[in-house]
Design a protein around this ligand. Structure first.
Ligand code: GLA
Length: 723
């Protein structure tokens, strides 16, 4: 619900309230974001004469009003606020001050959409548009707020228009600013590296600026664009926690600042590093969307808001809600070395165990016999696959399996027909040797002719056979970002224009192939974000398939993203990445809390393992809805030595408690796991073996059997009796 009264803007969701005000001089001041509360929070604004905090010219309240000390809604730079700004610009006269003042607002039914950019949707949502203008330069901003009331989600985006008569260059065009008139909060960021993504790091917000970001052209394995602020004592179940997700997949910055007066500011948006965007008079720039949620049920409550909103209001298309197939991916089974017969044999063994989709990963096209060549040539390598994909897809189909394919559209190898024909299509700086990554270059997708040529090839191959799934990969960071299509003074636009080009292709793909299940990928989880989830409902979480490491990766990922978004597979042992050998059961339990599949050669499994695979898939199917769509609780941090998490049906009629022990110790202490959010009064049966009340289970816990061996998995299926 959006209320506008006396220049006070109040956005209510079911359980939260967000409020800001325009003061008499048009300054937009943030007053409150938190658990739902009625009231005029302007009473929280405090004014004082502070040394070295400048005052706007000719204000009646003179020296007690400073942008430097007040919580703001959309802070700029150069006119008195010295904290991290969310918008910066350079004007034709060389000046760089921006002073945006309130002009008017509009409340609209439905949620705004952003041309060419991913964004949450909401049929029952409302939009508040607030128009600001700098009277000296004519620069204006349209602040957009989407209120998804039932989902407890508030989204923001900004359109910046040059209303002056000369060009202006934006040097920073952030999406979100969240000011808190308090300094006692923790920040949690999700950091890591290739094969070890999104590990949570929590610390108190310290004086000064702490930021995470990416300049790699992709969200990155190193830092995610989802961040959390919370009470120092917030736990999984208590305290106030705020999450902010950027609905974007390119360079970003999320910065947290604790100011001199112990206020906290969070800004998030496209990274200003290297960014610039020139607007001719009348032109508009649209900053990507950011989505915010707040919960006073701790970090768990906050995560559940994002999980539900992503599933219902971000993921689109047929596959957003349709049960996803259990797949077999050929990558770790074959790498580049396979024949059609071998793939069919593997598919046969997989079909026998209940697999529903065979995904042919890298290596099926051009001269792709290793990872040094072939990218850009999206036609079938007929030496490996005589007759193309159609006969293979047919043979796989005859086994009762759907057929899926791997592609990497943004890339080109120097050793490829595409590169030999169009060397100028790769991002590189004339006169400078190109920096390589996995021996490949990035195509300049800011140029429509480059995108069109790649897309034409892809369409041809995707239409050549019955293809039901595509894994869209992206395997290097962007360097030498320079586009032949841009004038010298506008090269700061290249990275974002490239991202817009990728989104354009993804949009075309989802429009033209709505029946294909798309899985995002970027060397595993290098582009795991709400931007990609708008196009593909699942993303390969990490190239690390070791179940012990996956416990931590999936734990971290779950803070912002639902199980239904996380690609997870059972792979062979010893594991390719860690050389660790974990029980088949453990690998299955971990992968089931993701979009489930296998990444191994099923022909090489022992008869016992094949039987385990069959019963694992049957169990996954039986528990599908609970696993994929259940409300998620992180019961422990796996770094504690015990990993436990729970999925619960919204009506609490059943729950699944998943446990994986850590390294075993001789003569170890007993372990107990405590389920959450059950119906306290009801009686639940546990694995059909014994029963107790919800209260007894939650507060007394479930004693774990003392199993010998490392990383032992257990699942407790709690079913409410009489349900
Ligand atoms: C990336 C992906 C892998 C696999 C390879 C193929 O690393 O994350 O799953 O598809 O590329 O080259």
């Amino acid at each position: 619900m959006i209320q506008v009264k006396d220049s006070l803007f109040t956005l209510h969701t079911a359980h939260t309230t967000y409020q800001f005000a325009a003061d008499g001089n048009g300054f937009l001041l943030h007053t409150y974001y938190g658990p739902r509360a009625e009231g005029d929070f302007r009473r929280l604004l405090r004014f004082a004469d502070r040394g070295f905090s400048p005052n706007p010219n000719a204000l009646a309240d003179g020296r007690v009003f400073s942008l430097d000390t007040l919580p703001q809604e959309y802070p700029a730079s150069g006119v008195g606020d010295f904290r991290v700004p969310v918008i910066e610009a350079r004007f034709a006269d060389g000046s760089a001050a921006v002073d945006l003042r309130f002009e008017r607002c509009e409340v609209r039914k439905g949620k705004y959409a952003l041309e060419g950019l991913p964004a949450f949707r909401g049929d029952d949502a409302e939009t508040l548009a607030v128009y600001l203008r700098d009277p000296c330069t004519g620069l204006s901003a349209e602040l957009l707020y989407g209120v998804l009331e039932d989902s407890d989600l508030i989204t923001r985006a900004v359109r910046i228009t040059n209303g002056g008569s000369a060009p202006v260059t934006l040097t920073n065009a952030g999406s979100l600013c969240l000011d808190f008139a308090r300094g006692d909060m923790d920040v949690i960021t999700f950091d890591g590296r290739h094969t070890m993504e999104r590990i949570p790091h929590r610390r108190a917000v310290a004086p000064g600026v702490q930021s995470v970001g990416s300049g790699r052209g992709i969200t990155s394995h190193q830092h995610n664009n989802f961040v959390v602020l919370c009470d120092h004592d917030a736990t999984e179940t208590s305290g106030v926690a705020y999450g902010a997700a950027l609905v974007y997949s390119g360079n970003f910055r999320a910065a947290v600042e604790r100011s001199q007066f112990d206020h906290i500011r969070l800004v998030s948006g496209i990274s200003p590093q290297g960014f610039s965007w020139t607007l001719a008079p009348g032109e508009t720039f649209t900053a990507p969307e950011a989505a915010m949620a707040c919960s006073n049920e701790g970090l768990g409550g906050m995560s559940r808001i994002f999980h539900a909103a992503i599933r219902s209001h971000l993921c689109r298309g047929e596959w957003a809600h349709k049960p996803r197939p259990v797949l077999l991916n050929t990558w770790e089974a074959f790498y580049f070395d396979f024949t059609a017969d071998e793939v069919v044999e593997a598919a046969k063994a997989a079909a026998d165990a209940g697999v529903e989709l065979l995904v042919l990963d890298d290596g099926w096209f051009g001269n792709r016999c290793d990872d040094r060549r072939g990218l850009g040539d999206w036609f079938v390598n007929e030496e490996k696959l005589p007759g193309g994909l159609a006969p293979l897809a047919k043979r796989i189909g005859d086994l009762g399996l759907a057929f899926g394919l791997w592609i990497e559209p943004e890339m080109v190898s120097e050793d490829s027909e595409l590169y030999r024909a169009h060397p100028d299509w790769a991002l590189r700086i004339p006169g400078r040797p190109a920096t390589m990554g996995r021996s490949q270059l990035v195509l300049d997708f800011s140029r429509p002719e480059v995108r069109d040529a790649v897309y034409a090839q892809l369409c041809k191959v995707l239409r050549s056979a019955d293809i039901r799934y595509v894994k869209w990969d992206m395997n290097r960071s962007l360097t030498d970002v320079w586009s032949a299509a841009l004038p010298a003074g506008r090269e700061g636009e290249a990275a974002h224009r490239w991202m817009l080009g990728v989104y354009d292709l993804l949009e075309r793909f989802t429009r033209d192939f709505p029946h294909i299940l798309l899985e995002g990928c970027c060397g595993g989880g290098g582009r795991f974000d709400c931007g990609i989830l708008y196009y593909s409902p699942q993303i390969w979480t990490s190239d690390n398939t070791d179940a012990a490491d996956r416990l931590l990766i999936q734990y971290g990922t779950s803070f912002g993203y639902p199980v239904s978004a996380m690609g997870a597979h059972v792979s062979a042992v010893p594991n390719e990445q860690t050389h660790r050998t974990l029980p088949f059961e453990t690998r299955g339990v971990v992968a089931m809390s993701g979009t489930f599949g296998y990444e191994l050669d099923p022909r090489k499994l022992t008869p016992e393992e094949r039987a385990d695979m069959r019963s694992q898939i049957a169990r996954f199917r039986e528990l599908y809805d609970l696993l994929q769509n259940g409300e998620y609780d992180r019961l422990t941090d796996p770094r504690s030595g015990l990993a436990a998490w729970q999925q619960t049906a919204p009506d609490k009629s059943e729950a699944l408690v998943n446990v994986v022990t850590g390294l075993t110790r001789s003569n170890d202490a007993f372990l107990t796991v405590y389920p959450r959010r059950l119906d306290a009064e009801a009686v639940y049966s546990v694995n059909g073996e014994w029963s107790d009340t919800g209260a007894a289970l939650m507060y007394g816990g479930i004693p774990l059997p003392q199993e010998k061996g490392d990383f032992r998995a257990m699942q407790f299926h709690l079913v409410r009796e009489g349900a």
